[in-house]
Ligand binder design. Structure first.
Ligand code: M6R
Length: 604
């Protein structure tokens, strides 16, 4: 949460910062601000709203200087106001911050004497602390002293008024990456802000100060220089643009066939999933008696599908845990537990904390992550990188379907190494996964039809998703997608559970999206659909193509190609994504940046 960028070099800093902030906007878009150092001192500008509002405010005014910092905010501490927008200033210090300072009260009581605060933020109190500890010409000393006092999480970029053209950075938990290129030195919350200049970057290690200057950049730890570990991203600037699509979300929905191909193909050898490229050893599948899948939001929903797949194939207990709950529930884990954490960003704080907890209990840990070099990827014992490319829209789409593919591959490999599934069946699973990825094209071909039918949803206040088994797991994802971007209240229900309370909410015209792709429980599902139809529901039914369906059961009928039951979530997810997308578009909402949300949740 919150996007950070810093630049020192040969280009006009304000232009570089604004362009970088636009790339980082998905991390938070309540307000934005920049501060630029020039021979006349530090100049700062802030605006409520997204980066274009800041840009409008700056207008054509020249903002001279080649060194500066920029921030796009997701409010945690203090409301959305210009005063609370970053950068924050105190005495000789101007800074931007991503994270939460937990002991801000104590710091203020001890170091704030005689000062006045402009904002209600913990970040301004951090600026007070840095300034109180700063002795002229000794910025590093002030930083080391400050971080020994600060509690919580932080990524700071700091300007000291009397030190020209230099930015000091330090982080704990909250991410920062950096790159040195011919135009100068860059630091940012993530690599999307740097990609216009380079594909080589490094992650700033914790407890290390990064110093950015026009001519150089270096890392130091208590006087010792530290060598950065360079990483390479295999996508370029076009992957992080809309490329002619009106929104990132619809572009990312359309990128799914490629994302799936890139994720699946390197992991197949002779029709059997193989993780040699990932260096994931078979021991972690053999030596275990239980699996715990831990994640948040959409990633957790991918885990729900994974549980069904894994339990069926491996006959091992699999639980799916919400990371923010798991970490505080004293979970039962031992050294024969495999903990699979799933995270697109690799930075979600609760997922990260759960990973750390699992490691401390001696479990094997495996992370399914999309962002290369992210904290979760670095800290996990083993990493399965999904290759979705950058996902910018807050609503996760392509990251979800590749997580589903990852779950299939893991479940099948686990069954293979444990010797409980015949090779023939394993090869059939692979074929089915390939077919499911191909079937995404068929779902995308329904786009116009879905665009039309979603006009029927725009005025609705409540909506229900129902399904059984793996379709129920998918319903959870359909529901979060719709509510986060259309603001329609929506719930996912196991279809058989409706009668135990929720059916009282089904009245004339209430939309029910019924996912009935599982042949095994199809007859039961049909009974449940009859129940809601009898009470006046507007039914959007999703089935496999050749399933016979009575037309009196639905108002709209969408199909996915024929597939083995457990593989339908991949193409069916695409239908649900399109339903959410067009409902939001018809309502004229900000699809890519829904209210109150941010892409990467780095606070608890
Ligand atoms: O980066 P992560 O996968 O760890 O993020 C987890 C959730 O915050 C995320 O999936 C969220 O639920 C999405 N915005 C939903 O579309």
């Amino acid at each position: 949460m919150c996007g950070i960028i810093g630049f020192c070099g040969s280009l006009p800093a304000s232009e570089v910062l604004l362009a970088g902030l636009k790339q980082l906007e998905y991390r938070g878009y309540d307000s934005a601000g920049i501060a630029v150092l020039s021979e006349n001192g530090i100049r700062m500008e802030k605006a409520i709203g997204n980066v274009s509002r800041l840009e409008e405010k700056l207008g054509t005014e020249s903002f001279s200087g080649n060194c500066g910092i920029g921030h796009t905010r997701w409010a945690t501490h203090g409301g959305v106001s210009e005063e609370n927008a970053h950068p924050h200033h105190s005495g000789r210090v101007t800074l931007i911050h991503n994270g939460i300072i937990e002991n801000y009260k104590e710091i203020w009581e001890k170091y704030g004497v005689g000062r006045t605060l402009v904002s209600q933020t913990d970040s301004e109190i951090a600026a007070v602390l840095f300034d109180s500890l700063y002795e002229e010409g000794k910025p590093e000393e002030a930083i080391w002293k400050a971080v020994s006092i600060l509690e919580g999480s932080y990524a700071f970029c700091i300007l000291f008024e009397d030190i020209p053209d230099t930015i000091y950075c330090i982080r704990k938990v909250s991410p920062l990456v950096a790159a040195r290129v011919k135009e100068g030195s860059f630091v940012a919350s993530d690599v999307t802000a740097l990609i216009a200049y380079t594909q080589e970057y490094f992650v700033l290690p914790e407890d290390t100060i990064l110093v950015l200057k026009k001519e150089e950049m270096y890392l130091e730890n208590q006087g010792n220089q530290v060598k950065p570990e360079l990483l390479h991203v295999n996508w370029d600037t076009t992957a992080a643009q809309k490329n002619g699509y009106p929104h990132y979300m619809i572009k990312e929905i359309h990128e799914q066939p490629e994302a799936l191909h890139n994720t699946i193909t390197p992991r197949m050898k002779d029709g059997i999933p193989d993780f040699e490229v990932d260096k994931i050893p078979d021991d972690i599948f053999k030596n275990i008696h239980q699996v715990k899948i831990v994640a948040c939001g959409t990633a957790m929903h991918a885990g729900l599908v994974g549980k069904v797949l894994m339990e069926k194939r491996v006959r091992i207990p699999v639980t799916v845990e919400i990371a923010s709950e798991f970490r505080y529930q004293n979970p039962i884990i031992d050294n024969r537990t495999l903990v699979i954490v799933i995270s697109q960003s690799g930075e979600t704080i609760d997922t990260l904390a759960s990973l750390r907890l699992a490691k401390s209990e001696g479990a094997y840990t495996l992370a399914i992550v999309n962002v290369k070099g992210s904290t979760i990827a670095r800290e996990s014992d083993y990493v399965f990188y999904t290759h979705a490319g950058p996902e910018i829209a807050v609503a996760s789409t392509k990251a979800y379907t590749v997580q589903l593919a990852a779950m299939v591959l893991l479940a099948v490999r686990m069954a293979y190494v444990r010797g409980i599934r015949e090779i023939e069946k394993i090869k059939q699973d692979y074929e089915a996964l390939k077919q499911a990825s191909e079937a995404v094209h068929a779902s995308l071909a329904l786009e116009e039809e879905i665009k039309e039918l979603t006009y029927a949803l725009t005025e609705k206040e409540d909506l229900f998703f129902i399904g059984r088994g793996i379709d129920y797991a998918l319903s959870c994802e359909g529901s979060i997608k719709l509510k986060e971007i259309s603001y329609i209240h929506s719930e996912a229900y196991a279809a058989g559970e409706l009668k135990h309370g929720t059916i009282s909410l089904i009245t004339e015209g209430v939309p029910v999206i019924a996912i009935a792709t599982q042949k095994e429980v199809y007859a039961k599902m049909i009974s449940n659909i009859r129940e809601v139809k009898a009470r006046g529901a507007l039914v959007i039914l999703i089935t496999q193509k050749d399933t016979p369906v009575e037309s009196s059961l639905y108002d709209y009928h969408l199909t996915v190609p024929e597939l083995p039951d457990e593989f339908t979530p991949i193409p069916a997810a695409v239908i649900l994504q399109l339903i959410a997308y067009y409902t939001s578009v018809h309502k004229g909402l900000n699809v890519d940046q829904p209210r109150n949300l941010a892409k990467s949740v780095t606070v608890e």
